[in-house]
Design a protein around this ligand. Structure first.
Ligand code: NAD
Length: 357
């Protein structure tokens, strides 16, 4: 019997070619994995009538671990993001997005080593939205009006819930991650000066949790999100682990990806108490689909996080070292890293490095 059964969601757009590249690189480590491929995304709408068939959730619930390629969310149509739905359905409440400098990647910065911990289940991503002119929107506007809050009648409305329980859970996750990984500081990021009852709550609960961890040696501080963005651009070396509500986490993690050389190399993980789904930060880059062109590094580094999660640390270290070596040498890398290799060639070069290590 294979040691690990892992659900594989290739996704759509450039997802399938990236997932295949990731398999090539991971298999070179010799880890005993049985892949369970399942289909999700816009390409399977016609076949299953939904972009997220039950088989996907069942497979992840059974295996507890999945890795996925990106999935397109068409703008302005009925269906909500499959990525957001997966995180909510499986209660993958913590989104972990490390951003670290890989030598050889062109970037304006050196020595970046940041961890983003993004709350994954609530905030403006909760999906509580009322279309302009709908009964829900007009009813809510009337209700607000009767409570002295005036909202233009031609408004669409998105609701931003932030709860004590979900905040406590994500901030504890950030502290526990910091302790387990030898980090020094947790910074809570918010806009509590303006949104007192949502971000204000996030800040207050973060402070309470920091008290619980006061003996851990992990320093705690907070930053207002706009200031945080400026500080990250000016002096990223001052920061370590950051914990953020959903929307700011999404935005700040792209900013951090930019600090280390772009989305092509930014890995991610969505983690709950029972299950975890690993995926790159970037989207499906549909413009490049089927061209064997985009960078497989982000999904391969997501696999490094996955290997650590399943306690295959040696394989994870080998894979990371191979990625770093191929990027440092620079002649088998994709266009975004200044090379001309295709997706599969770069993955093969990484696999070959592991074979000789
Ligand atoms: P995107 O990340 O797909 O692409 C933006 C640009 O980044 C690309 O045009 C490309 O220049 C670059 N890029 C992205 N991935 C790259 C890679 N691996 N190698 C080299 N360059 C890369 O962002 P988008 O265009 O805003 O989104 C496209 C679709 O993906 C949308 O439908 C969006 O909703 C979806 N999306 C999915 C996820 C996910 O699956 N978790 C995440 C973000 C966006």
């Amino acid at each position: 019997m294979p040691k690990h059964a892992i659900t594989l969601i290739p996704g759509d757009g450039t997802g399938p070619e990236l997932a295949a590249a990731m398999q090539t690189a991971v298999e070179a480590t010799g880890v005993d994995i049985e892949w369970h491929p399942v289909e999700a995304g816009s390409d399977v709408m016609d076949k299953y009538g939904t972009p997220l068939p039950d088989t996907v959730l069942e497979s992840i619930r059974a295996n507890k671990v999945a890795i996925k390629g990106p999935i397109t969310t068409p703008v302005g149509t009925g269906f909500r993001s499959v990525n957001v739905a997966l995180r909510k359905e499986l209660n993958l409440y913590a989104c972990l997005r490390p951003a670290f400098t890989l030598p050889g990647v062109k970037s304006r910065y050196e020595g970046i080593d940041l961890i983003i911990v993004r709350e994954n289940t609530e905030d403006l991503y909760a999906g509580i939205e009322f279309e302009k002119g709908s009964d829900g929107a007009l009813g809510l506007i009337d209700y607000l009006d009767s409570h002295g809050a005036s909202v233009a009648r031609d408004s669409g409305i998105s609701i931003k819930p932030i709860s004590v329980e979900a905040t406590r859970r994500i901030v504890r996750f950030a502290f526990n991650y910091a302790i387990a990984n030898g980090r020094k500081k947790v910074t809570a990021v918010h806009k509590a000066n303006i949104m007192k009852h949502t971000d204000g709550l996030f800040l207050a609960v973060s402070r309470e949790v920091a008290e619980e961890f006061s003996g851990s040696g992990i320093e705690f501080e907070d930053r207002i999100v706009d200031n945080m963005c400026m500080q990250l651009v000016q002096k990223p070396e001052l920061y370590d682990v950051m914990v953020l509500p959903n929307l700011y986490g999404d935005i700040v993690s792209d900013l951090c990806a930019g600090l280390v050389g772009g989305l092509g190399i930014a890995p991610g993980a969505n983690i709950g108490d029972e299950m975890a789904v690993f995926e790159p930060v970037h989207g499906s880059a549909p413009r490049y689909a089927g061209q064997n062109k985009v960078n497989p590094t982000a999904i391969i580094l997501s696999a490094v996080l996955m290997l650590r999660h399943i306690d295959e640390r040696e394989a994870a270290d080998k894979l990371l070292a191979a990625v770093a070596a191929v990027i440092r040498e620079g002649d088998q890398v994709t266009y975004d890293l200044g090379g001309s290799a295709g997706t599969s060639k770069m993955a093969e070069a990484i696999a070959a490095k592991i074979a000789v290590s």
